[in-house]
Write a new protein. Structure first.
Ligand SMILES: Cc1cc2nc3c(=O)[nH]c(=O)nc-3n(C[C@H](O)[C@H](O)[C@H](O)COP(=O)(O)OP(=O)(O)OC[C@H]3O[C@@H](n4cnc5c(N)ncnc54)[C@H](O)[C@@H]3O)c2cc1C
Length: 475
């Protein structure tokens, strides 16, 4: 948190989040090196002491028994009944009255805050002003840890003074007697304008200097982890004289995030929402290993044992996929009873198993009783889910894949970083300026810069062809 300021009510003081010290002096020095900075803002809600809460006035929210994890290697999951509960409550008319009455006391509205906050995580006073027609807003109480008694009041981020926060919290159902462990606050900090970076996350102006995480304009744990991984990989590859490792937009959300940041930039703390991806049917959680594990192995990030498990799963997947597509299920009593029980139409003659699976009411696990599968295949839940998605949505996935392939062609036309856009006739002035600033590495990246139109791209492609400098190297 470079040059960070904590803002609450009418007070601003130099400090980092959670009582940490701010990083002072680094960003002014970066600015002296000619690096462009901008100011961002984020905030956090109050933390409430667990045993001061009356949970009987709240709606419990259970977790999930779905076996979801960040890693494909996770094989133990906390059973649903052992998972901690969250609780749902709503803001009350009194909460809204208090906030409206004290708006001028909020750092956000008093003019103290100058940085731009994330539009997707607004403070409670922001929500009440922006959505004045809404009579209530959802809030969640989430345990921060099993080891502490601190509950996070999700959705109640604010920069009101402490005494107003007390009143606001006490206006909520179940929190009438609540003890606040930590007050909410807004925090402002410096970040580097991300369009100054190459897709490898190396600064264009300062080769050898890589950036990642919050200081390049993002907000979020996963965003920071993804960028840190890529900057680390590329810094090592640079030292080893290897080409940068760049993930395409149709291969990974990390690719979407980096391309957005370095091509379009951001005016607010960037959060990686799934809606930012145009190939959402390709970027699924069930196929992340199929998309990326091979690359991870080549980079030396996946050991032989994990890679072996991936190869086995991949082989099983292909085997069953083929079996299902090549199996015809004949019309007989057992299958028709099964279908009718699921509210599905009985068979008249034979039907392909994949076609039958595409009926919305049919699930693969139960259908497999009518398909002969080799016993050595491990029919894990993840394998079943992946197959189900692949077969049920095959048509849609293929369509999106075709669209992606068209764009990939553009990604393979490389633009030399030294190209002098001032020399190119026929480019619109805005396009010329933006291209010179962003220095896109490919025609695909150039086409995503706002202000660069298809006619500019056509001119650029023509120029590269005429001058035979379109090295068709794919990334
Ligand atoms: C109040 C608040 C609430 C948030 N809540 C969430 C949330 O619920 N979910 C979410 O996804 N994200 C949340 N975020 C955002 C998230 O915390 C950050 O985006 C993320 O932690 C950024 O990671 P980073 O590694 O880039 O930076 P940091 O996590 O800030 O790490 C930088 C590290 O560098 C160290 N450092 C600084 N200067 C030096 C130096 N000179 N030498 C050595 N070390 C140094 C710092 O001590 C720090 O450990 C929140 C942020 C704030 C401020």
């Amino acid at each position: 948190f470079m040059e960070a300021q904590i803002l609450r009510g009418h007070h601003a003081y130099s400090g980092g989040p959670d009582g940490e010290k701010p990083s002072l002096g680094l960003s002014p020095n970066l600015a002296k090196m000619g690096i462009e900075l901008f100011r961002l803002k984020t905030g956090t809600p109050p933390r409430i002491k667990r045993d001061s809460i009356d949970f009987s006035k709240m709606t419990p929210q259970t977790g999930t028994d779905a076996k979801l994890a960040f890693s494909y290697d996770t094989d133990t999951f906390v059973p649903l009944e052992e998972q901690e509960l969250c609780y749902l409550i709503y803001t009350q008319p009194e909460t809204h009255r208090l906030i409206n009455e004290h708006l001028s006391d909020s750092a956000l509205f008093s003019g103290l805050v100058t940085g731009v906050g994330p539009r997707y995580c607004p403070s409670i006073e922001d929500k009440i002003v922006r959505f004045a027609d809404k009579s209530r807003h959802q809030l969640f109480l989430e345990p921060e840890s099993r080891e502490t008694d601190s509950m996070y009041l999700q959705g109640f981020s604010t920069s009101m003074p402490e005494d107003i926060q007390e009143q606001m919290v006490h206006s909520l159902p179940g929190l009438e007697q609540a003890v606040i462990l930590k007050y909410a606050y807004a925090i402002e900090y410096d970040a580097l304008v991300p369009t100054q970076f190459l897709p490898s996350l190396e600064l264009k102006k300062w080769p050898g200097l890589f950036g990642a995480g919050q200081i390049i304009g993002t907000s979020g744990y996963e965003e920071a982890a993804g960028l840190g991984l890529m900057a680390g990989i590329n810094a090592v590859r640079k030292i080893k004289n290897l080409a940068p490792f760049i993930l395409r937009r149709d291969k990974a959300y990390i690719g979407v995030m980096i391309d957005d940041l370095v091509t379009k930039g951001t005016l607010e703390p960037y959060r990686l929402l799934s809606s930012r991806a145009e190939y959402r049917l390709l970027l699924r959680h069930d196929n992340a290993d199929l998309r990326l594990r091979e690359m991870g192995y080549e980079l030396g990030l996946i050991n032989e044992e994990r890679y072996g498990r991936f190869l086995k799963k991949n082989e099983d997947l292909r085997t069953i996929f083929q079996i299902i597509n090549n199996t015809t299920i004949r019309n007989h009593k057992a299958i028709n009873e099964y279908l009718v029980n699921l509210g599905s139409q009985a068979l008249n003659g034979g039907i392909n198993a994949a076609e039958l699976l595409r009926r919305p009411e049919i699930d693969l696990r139960s259908l497999l009783q009518f398909v002969s599968i080799p016993p050595e295949i491990d029919l894990s839940d993840t394998l079943i889910e992946q197959l189900e998605v692949m077969i049920k949505y095959e048509g849609y996935i293929q369509k999106q894949d075709k669209q992606a392939q068209k764009i990939i062609k553009q990604e393979s036309i490389m633009i030399p970083p030294t190209l002098d856009y001032a020399m190119l006739d026929g480019l619109a002035i805005e396009a010329r300026q933006k291209l010179a600033k962003i220095q896109p590495l490919t025609i695909g990246q150039a086409s995503r810069i706002s202000g660069v139109n298809p006619s500019d791209i056509a001119m650029l492609v023509l120029y590269l062809k005429r001058n035979s400098i379109n090295g068709s190297t794919s990334i």
